[in-house]
Design a protein around this ligand. Structure first.
Ligand SMILES: *Cc1c(COP(=O)(O)O)cnc(C)c1O
Length: 391
């Protein structure tokens, strides 16, 4: 399967059929598995033979989902988790201990920011942030105790693009593990492991699910590193449910066609907004106005499904715009088939101070659109009429 195209791998990578010869893998709604005999039980626990013991450790649905993701990301091994945040947390906690230090890009998903600033310090783990416009900052932030670089690209919600290859080269010169949250790009648009990233993390809740139905996450990487994550997961229990593993494995089959349309719609929306008189600026990685368009085109296949823009008139206009929308959903989720509008300053990033928001590129009138799969003309029509209403 390794030499096949992305779409083919996403559809044809399957676990073995049972004696019923089912075409689609069934849901293994079982918490545990039986042993053939005492010797089999002993051998399974001793890891001398491969097999399922208990669904907190592994089960066929999650295995199918993870094996497919590894094939698509180009990583050796992986583990499925109950949510994206479970993936972020164990992918950090498995490698850091008291006294260690982590360097991270400043533009991070809100809960990842909370882990770094509120939770890890309880266990004596400190962090430093690097600004997007400061590529040299990674090298400068390294301490003798730095164990991990953590980054997200494109970033949420400003859609800044970070140079994975450069950051990896700095890290590896100092024996530092690089962990990339690849949620916004998905494995279809960007493969951080190709640029040397050691760990690739996902919230599968977003584009991988694609229809806003399930929570899920994954940690992927080299076998030796994933073994560490597996140890932590086995004994702390952030395991994915078999049902969600089943849903998400099915979802991967259509990821490529969905992402093609998300990206096509998003670029059209960015084009429309860039000439609109009510807009100060628009951000989209593959739009000609994006300052890192060249870098985005080097490391991504397309620009992704999110578009960010600033309405003239600040917070007041941002709120008026949201209230005037007729079809688009007001939600904080993203990566859904339905187009979603979010006002980061008053919702997802409201816990940050004004100064912190400025640092991560969030202006008061900024709106984030997760561009869905409806016809682009209908998406633009709704946004256009809502912009009129902000006059
Ligand atoms: C949503 C999101 C997460 C968290 O994932 P959950 O599945 O909601 O726990 C982490 N990182 C990014 C970039 C996200 O968008």
């Amino acid at each position: 399967m390794k030499n096949k195209a992305f779409e083919t791998k996403a559809i044809r990578q399957q676990t073995d059929r049972s004696e019923h010869r089912e075409h689609s893998v069934p849901i293994f709604a079982t918490s545990s598995y039986v042993f053939e005999d005492a010797e089999h039980a002993r051998a399974l626990f001793a890891k001398e033979v491969h097999g399922n013991i208990y669904s907190r450790y592994s089960n066929p649905n999650n295995d199918e989902f993870v094996q497919k993701l590894c094939l698509l990301e180009g990583t050796e091994a992986g583990i499925a988790t109950a949510s994206g945040m479970a993936a972020m947390f164990i992918s950090i906690a498995s490698f850091l201990k008291s006294g260690d230090h982590i360097v991270a890009s400043r533009s991070l998903f809100g809960s990842t920011h909370q882990i770094l600033t509120q939770l890890l310090p309880r266990w004596g783990i400190t962090h430093s942030y690097v600004d997007v416009e400061d590529p040299e900052g990674w090298e400068k932030a390294i301490l003798g105790t730095t164990r991990m670089f953590f980054l997200e690209t494109p970033s949420n919600p400003a859609l800044d693009v970070l140079d994975i290859e450069h950051i990896v080269s700095v890290a590896h010169a100092h024996d530092i593990i690089v962990n990339v949250d690849n949620c916004f790009a998905t494995p279809y648009l960007q493969n951080p492991a190709k640029y040397g990233a050691d760990i690739v993390t996902h919230s599968a809740t977003k584009f991988i699910d694609g229809q806003g139905r399930t929570l899920g996450g994954a940690v992927l990487g080299k076998q030796a590193l994933i073994d560490e994550v597996m140890f932590m997961s086995r004994h702390t229990g952030p395991a994915m449910s078999p049902f969600n593993g089943w849903v998400l494995s099915k979802s991967l089959e259509t990821l490529a066609v969905r992402m093609d349309r998300h990206c096509e719609n998003a670029l059209k929306l960015a084009d429309f907004l860039s000439t609109h008189e009510q807009i100060n600026f628009v951000r989209y990685p593959f739009h000609s106005s994006h300052p890192q368009k060249e870098l985005a085109q080097k490391q991504m296949k397309q620009g992704g499904g999110l578009v960010t823009f600033e309405i003239k008139g600040g917070v007041e206009s941002g709120r008026k715009f949201l209230d005037a929308l007729q079809m688009l959903s007001l939600s904080s989720n993203l990566g859904d088939a339905r187009t979603i509008a979010t006002h980061p300053a008053s919702t997802t990033h409201s816990k940050l101070t004004e100064e912190e928001r400025k640092h991560v590129g969030i202006t008061p009138g900024m709106v984030r659109i997760s561009v869905g799969l409806e016809h682009i003309n209908d998406i633009i029509e709704d946004i256009d009429q809502a912009l009129e209403a902000t006059h």
